[in-house]
Structures are given as C-alpha cells and as structure tokens.
Write a protein that binds this ligand. Structure first.
Ligand code: ATP
Ligand code: SF4
Length: 262
C-alpha cells in the first residue's frame, strides 16, 4: 500500500557490493534525523542486508489487519523497515526462488505492507536490471512522485554497468535524481586524510556526460563501515565527515521536494 507515501526513492546499482544498501540505510537514517517519516523497503532478495545494517536481525514481521506491519527502528516510529531478511532464518540463507515466486514476493512487498503516512519510502533494490526491477517499476507507476538514485564506484566496470542502469530508468520513465560515487578514496582512521586508491572522478564524469546531477563522492571510511550493524546515522555519529556532508545535502534537497510538494 503506497497510497500514503509522498515520495519513493529507488536506490539502484549496476553491480553488487558497491554500497547500495549502505546508501539506502544512511539516506533513510539521515531523513529520519531531519524529523521526516521514512520507510525503508529492502527487496534485494539475493542479499537482504538492511536488517543487519540496522541491527534488526532478531526482529520478526507479523500480519496486522491491514497487511504486514513494518519493524520500527525507534519508539517514535519515524523509521519503519521491511525486508525479505525478516523472513529468513539467517542472513546467509540463499534465496533460491525462481522468477515467478520472486516477482510475486516483490509485488506483495510493494502492495501488502501497512506503512503509516510516509514522507519517503526508500527502496533498496537488487543489483543490475533484472525481472525484479521490471516488477518494481510496473508497481510504482501508480506513485505520483518516484525517482532513482544510482550508486556506483569509481572503477570503469561499475561505471559501464551503471550506464545500463541509466538506460533502464530512461526506458521505464523513472526520473533519475542523481548519481552517488561510493568508495571514492580511502579515509585514514588515524589522520582522516583521504587517499585515492582507485581512479577517481568516474561518477562525476559519467554524471556530466549523461546530464544527470552528481550527488557527491563517499570515501571508504572505516568509521562508516563500523556503523554497519548499529543502525546509527553518519550525520549523527560523524557530523564532520565527508560522508555526512553528502547525506546532509541529499536529505536537504529531498526535504525541499516534500515541502514544495513536487
Ligand atoms: N563508504 C564506505 N566506507 C566504508 N565501508 C563501506 C562503505 N560503503 C560500503 N561499505 C561496506 O562495504 C560492504 C558492502 O556494502 P553494501 O552492503 O552497502 O553494498 P551493496 O551494494 O548493497 O551490496 P549487495 O548488492 O551485495 O547487497 C558493507 O560491509 C559496508 O559496510
Ligand atoms: S594517512 Fe596519515 S596517519 Fe594515515 S597512514 Fe598515512 S600518514 Fe599515517
């Protein structure tokens, strides 16, 4: 039930392991810190890592009168979470369902969760452009405000994969809000100096080339890595970090959208 969701943000990546779930959870946590009401829906059926990242692994979901009730991170219920991970015994249980079963599970996740009134629903999708994505896009046609954020790393291959993601969004008419480059340099935990260990600037060049907004570069920051499993926003714990700056700017931009009602 997406009727009471103001804005849907799809977080996409061309390949796995580039930090899509980290971006989804940190974005949801940042929006929550700004006082907004947020839902985080993890439909990465092959690797649902959101319960782990938010320290909600021991939680179960249950059916309420209006559908599945999300797990809430906070007592004020400002961040509700729904993940396939809540239905598995362990994070390492491979989900080996075939296409139709996966598609029907995603449909249920999009239709049968009883979200409260939400300013934002952030959706963490599987990597690539699979049948699951087509199901998501078809189900989101009813949502008036939906846009995508694409996460990439600076290396060529990720950038190449991301081009396919851009083409997919354009073909399915999902507006792309912007591109985030993750793992862009390494922040030394001792002196916080950032060193570019891979090539840098790939995400920005791709954004310029495709005329998509560049939303910023997130360095590999071991302090951010350590927030995984704790459910803490970087903007709260590491307010002066480059990571916080990117998420703050992004969340400010998004909150303006809800204020302007566009
Ligand atoms: N900027 C960063 N700094 C430090 N660690 C990071 C950063 N981004 C991601 N990580 C770590 O890298 C690992 C992979 O990140 P994440 O799970 O977000 O990737 P993913 O793209 O969602 O992967 P998958 O598609 O396989 O689910 C996690 O352990 C996460 O904590
Ligand atoms: S970045 Fe600075 S503190 Fe870190 S290893 Fe290099 S010199 Fe040492």
């Amino acid at each position: 039930m997406l009727d009471n969701v103001k804005q849907v943000i799809l977080v996409l990546s061309g390949k796995g392991g580039v930090g899509k779930s980290t971006v989804s959870t940190q974005l949801a946590l940042t929006l929550k810190e700004k006082g907004l009401k947020v839902g985080l829906l993890d439909i990465d059926l092959c690797g649902p890592s959101v319960p782990y990242l938010l320290n909600l692994e021991d939680q179960n979901i249950h059916q309420g009168p209006d559908g599945w009730v999300p797990v809430y991170l906070d007592s004020e219920q400002r961040l509700g979470v729904m993940s396939i991970g809540f239905l598995l015994n362990s994070r390492n249980d491979a989900v080996v369902w075939r296409g139709p079963k996966k598609t029907s599970m995603i449909k249920q996740f999009l239709e049968d969760v009883s979200w409260q009134d939400l300013d934002f629903l952030v959706i963490d999708t599987p990597p690539g452009t699979s049948d699951e994505h087509i199901t998501v896009m078809e189900n989101l046609r009813q949502v008036p405000h939906c846009s995508a954020i694409i996460v990439t790393t600076p290396q060529e291959v990720a950038i190449e994969d991301v081009r396919k993601e851009i083409t997919f969004c354009r073909k399915t008419n999902i507006p792309i809000m912007g591109i985030i480059e993750n793992m862009s340099g390494y922040v030394c935990p001792t002196c916080t100096e950032c060193t570019n260990i891979f090539s840098s600037g790939g995400g920005k060049s791709l954004a310029d080339l495709t005329k998509i907004q560049f939303l910023g570069s997130l360095p590999i920051d071991p302090r951010v890595g350590k927030l995984a499993g704790k459910g803490i926003a970087a903007v709260k714990e590491l307010p002066d970090s480059a990571t916080s700056m990117v998420f703050n700017n992004l969340a400010n931009q998004l909150s303006e959208l809800t204020t302007n009602g566009s």
